[in-house]
Structures are given as C-alpha cells and as structure tokens.
Design a protein around this ligand. Structure first.
Ligand SMILES: *Cc1c(COP(=O)(O)O)cnc(C)c1O
Length: 489
C-alpha cells in the first residue's frame, strides 16, 4: 500500500517511520531559519514555499510520503514565527510543551470525534472529567457545572452570548451586551453573528487601571433598562489581550446579580492564573459567573486549539440541545450511551481535550503554576528594564504588567516639522516592521487610547524558558531599530 494508516496495531510502526523524517526536517528548518522568524519578509517566505512545492501543490502523480513530508516540514519550520525562540514575543501565541504535542499525535492517529459516543468512547469520558476539574478549579459547583472544549476564546465568547441570549426570562427590548471598552473584538463579532445587531455591544468606560468601573457598569445597566432594552449579558474580561487588565470580577458579579443579568467572564488570557497561587487572587469572584471561557493555548502551553468553555449549571446548555437520529437517538441515551452533542455548536469535533488531559496529569497544577509565575516574573523584569533609563532614544513603559505582557514604546527625538505623537507612531510602527522583516524579533504592536501618539509595542512573554538576558537582547534590538529608523527619516 502506498499510504499506510496511522491506527490499528501496525499503524504506529508506519507512523514511527514517517516521524523520523518529520523530526529531522523540523530541526533542519529551524537551522535554516536561524532566529525567531525568517529574514526577508513575505517575498523570501513565498519563494521558499513555491520552491518546496515545485510550483505544483496538486501534482498529477504524488512524490511519496517521505519526500513530501521532508520538503514541506522543512519549509514550514524555516518559515515559521517560532514561539519557542525567546525573541518571538508578539502575541498570545505560546510555545507548546513537547508532552502536549506528543499527546496530540495520539489524538490525530486515533481520530476520535466527540459528536457521538460511538466515535469517541474514552475521549467522551475524558472531556467530561477534564472539564469538571477545570470548572471546580474556577470555583463552580462540582456536579452542577458542565463545559466543552472549544477552538478558543472566540468560540467561548460566542457560546456565552448565545446561552445568555436564549435563556428564559424577560424577552422585551433589544439585546444589549455590556463590557469594557477594552474587551476583545470577538464580543462584538459574536453579538453580530447572533443577530443582536452590530450596535448591541455597549462599551463601559475603564479607569486609569484599564479595568471596568463597577459604578459605571451599574449606571449603564440602569440606562439600558430605563430605555426598555434588555441587558442580555455582562462580559467581564479577565486579562485583556494587550495590557492583561483583569476587571473586578466580584464587583461585576454583584452588578449582574442585582439586575438579573448573565455574567460571562472572558478569561481567554487570564484563566491560566487559576494555576498560580501568586496570581489566582486576581480572578477572585470568577466562580460567580454564569459562564467562563479560558484558553489553554495561551497560558497553558497547548498547541492550538485548546479553548475551554464552562457553564455554572449544565441545564443552561439547553438552547444547544440537539437530537440527531444518526448520532444520539433517545433510546441510546436512555440505555446509557452519553452524548456531548448538546454542549457544542459543532458536529465533528476533534479530541483537543486529550493533550490537555495529558498535560494536566503530567505537570499538575503546581507545574503549570510555576510556568505561569515564571512568565509573570519575566514580564516584571522587562518592565523594570524598560523603565530604567527614560528619555529620547530609549524606551517608555505604558503600564505595569499584570499577567505576562508588557506594553511600551520607543521614544524618538523630536523631529522638525513633525508633531510629537505622530512622529512617535511612525517610528514605532516602522521599527517593528524592520525587526520582523530582518528576522530579528517578533514584537507586538497595538494602540492604547486613540489619536496621534497611541501606537505601542508589546512583549507577550509566554516562554517560561526564556531568561532575563533574552529579554535584554530583545529590548536592545528594539532600541537599535528605533535609532536606525530615526537616522533614516
Ligand atoms: C485571545 C483572546 C480571545 C480570542 O481567543 P481565540 O483563542 O484567539 O479565539 C478572546 N478574548 C481575549 C481576552 C483574548 O485574549
């Protein structure tokens, strides 16, 4: 047979033979790259990909497994932004743990699908157990809570808003979703997808600490009610994507309870703090939410995708209930075959829970907590370095780190004829592109506030094996690139 299968008793042998090629090519591609991402920008990467494909992605006759794996794995590894390189710190894009990747191989080989028990007996049981353990860690009542593994924070936010929209209760008025003006854009997109209208999201002002102000939240809630609209959900963010700000969850829960509003906590980033004794107090009150989303492909070191959506009471999943004759006939369920079909909007669903289950067992809460703490300590170190020598030609810290991200900018010297804010924005945007296209560092870019002078750089530190010297090197690269851009302008 030209293409053996991965499963069964003999599949692992065939797989093992191919894996040698994959692993060797991963190493070769990383050597070809020689840094956090390949130098040369899109033209260099596009040309390398076309070469590896011999300009023919769908050849009439295949080249065979080893050749295809060798060429394409090598170019993928060469042309990657590798989060395992300490200079790759742009996004909430974590370097996955080897143990999680090894586990994911088993899930791929066996290919369980969680839409019915007869496609995934053990994976169904594992997901039920793992989700229950994470719900308990978040402070939900064991036995009552339920959840599902999702593709990430985007799907978890969609699910939270869907269940909030469809739960019983007052049904008059337009749906309004209340969240801080720093909430993730997927909240707005979810509201639009759910037919609540593009304007359904009502942003609530944040204070100087970038957290939602509970007084303002309460006032907006009252205003929505006074207008005969429906405050459908409050979305609190536990760890904003840029600054890592955590809304005061207990105070948000108070407001939600007072007005009978669903509370969804978007803990896509900050959920990992549940593993850390040091950072868990930031999430105080999270167990009072109706639903929670957290991403273990951020602070959890899983390969994508590893989102988790949790609900306080399994009965709240009712709007997603489905009876499909070919998947979960009622008599099968009565006979004791469990079905997870009603916990997800998806049908075929990969066992992303497996790598999570293996990682939680292998490292334990302590092991994961130590990784979270390590990244947090690195962020604090970076902030202290950034703050050390201020002034033109150096760096300026925007806010103290909360989780593992550091937001800052390079401060250029005054430029004749150019307003200060606009000039700083140009220099920071350009220096980041130079770092990317030279292959030297992956630094994030965002904006804090609006208008000229709002462009910022960001390090999202998710590599627990990076050291202080690595942070020093990235910051030095930023300063050098900033000075070079100034010289060229
Ligand atoms: C990353 C993130 C999301 C989106 O999650 P995905 O896993 O990318 O879908 C949502 N909310 C916050 C706060 C995030 O940081």
């Amino acid at each position: 047979m030209p293409a053996p299968l991965a499963g069964g008793v003999s599949g692992p042998d065939a797989l093992g033979e191919l894996l040698g090629t994959v692993l060797a090519s991963l190493a070769a591609g990383a050597r070809d790259r020689g840094g956090p991402l390949p130098p040369g920008g899109p033209p260099a990467v596009d040309a390398a990909v076309r070469r590896a494909l011999a300009a023919d992605p769908l050849p009439a006759r295949g080249v065979g497994a080893h050749e295809a794996l060798a060429d394409l794995t090598r170019v993928l590894a060469y042309g990657t932004a590798d989060p395992a390189d300490p200079a790759c710190a742009g996004h909430l894009h974590c370097p996955p743990l080897a143990v999680a990747v090894a586990a994911d191989l088993a899930a791929s080989a066996l290919n369980p699908s969680l839409d019915s028990w007869d496609q995934a007996p053990a994976a169904t049981a594992l997901e039920t157990e793992v989700v229950a353990a994470l719900a308990a860690a978040a402070g939900f009542v064991p036995g009552l809570a339920a959840g599902t593994v999702t593709t990430g924070g985007t799907e978890s936010n969609l699910l939270g808003l869907l269940l909030a929209r469809d739960r019983g209760g007052p049904s008059a008025g337009r749906h309004r979703i209340l969240c801080s003006d720093a909430a993730h854009f997927s909240v707005r997109r979810s509201a639009a997808l759910l037919g609540m209208g593009d304007d359904a999201v009502v942003p609530v002002a944040t204070g100087a600490d970038h957290r939602v102000d509970p007084g303002a939240l309460d006032a907006v809630c009252r205003r929505v009610l006074a207008a005969n609209d429906r405050p459908t959900a409050i979305v609190a963010t536990a760890g904003t994507t840029d600054l890592g700000a955590v809304d005061p969850l207990a105070a948000c829960a108070d407001v939600a309870r007072e007005h009978g509003v669903w509370l969804h906590v978007d803990a896509a980033y900050g959920g990992g703090a549940l593993f850390s004794d040091r950072l868990a107090p930031l999430l105080h009150g999270i167990g009072r939410a109706d639903s929670i989303g957290l991403d273990l492909h951020k602070l959890g070191w899983q390969p994508v995708a590893a989102g988790v959506f949790l609900v306080r009471d399994r009965a709240l999943f009712a709007p997603l209930a489905q009876r499909a004759k070919y998947l979960n006939p009622a008599d099968d369920e009565q006979a004791g075959l469990p079905s997870l079909l009603g916990f997800s909007p998806r049908t075929t669903r990969r066992a992303d829970v497996f790598k999570i289950a293996v990682t939680l067992r292998a490292l334990g809460r302590d092991g994961l907590g130590a990784l979270v703490d390590r990244c947090h300590a690195l962020a604090r170190y970076a902030a202290e370095r950034i703050d050390r020598d201020p002034g033109p030609g150096a760096l300026e810290l925007t806010a103290e780190p909360v989780l593992t991200s550091v937001v800052f900018r390079y401060v250029p010297h005054p430029h004749p004829g150019e307003p200060v804010g606009r000039h700083a924005d140009l220099v920071n945007a350009e220096l980041r592109r130079r770092l990317l296209t030279s292959g030297r560092a992956v630094v994030g870019r965002t904006e804090v506030g609006t208008g000229p002078g709002s462009v910022r750089l960001k390090l999202t530190l998710l590599n627990p094996y990076a050291g202080e010297r690595d942070v020093d090197a990235v910051l030095r690269a930023v300063v050098e690139a900033g000075r070079a851009v100034e010289r060229d302008l």
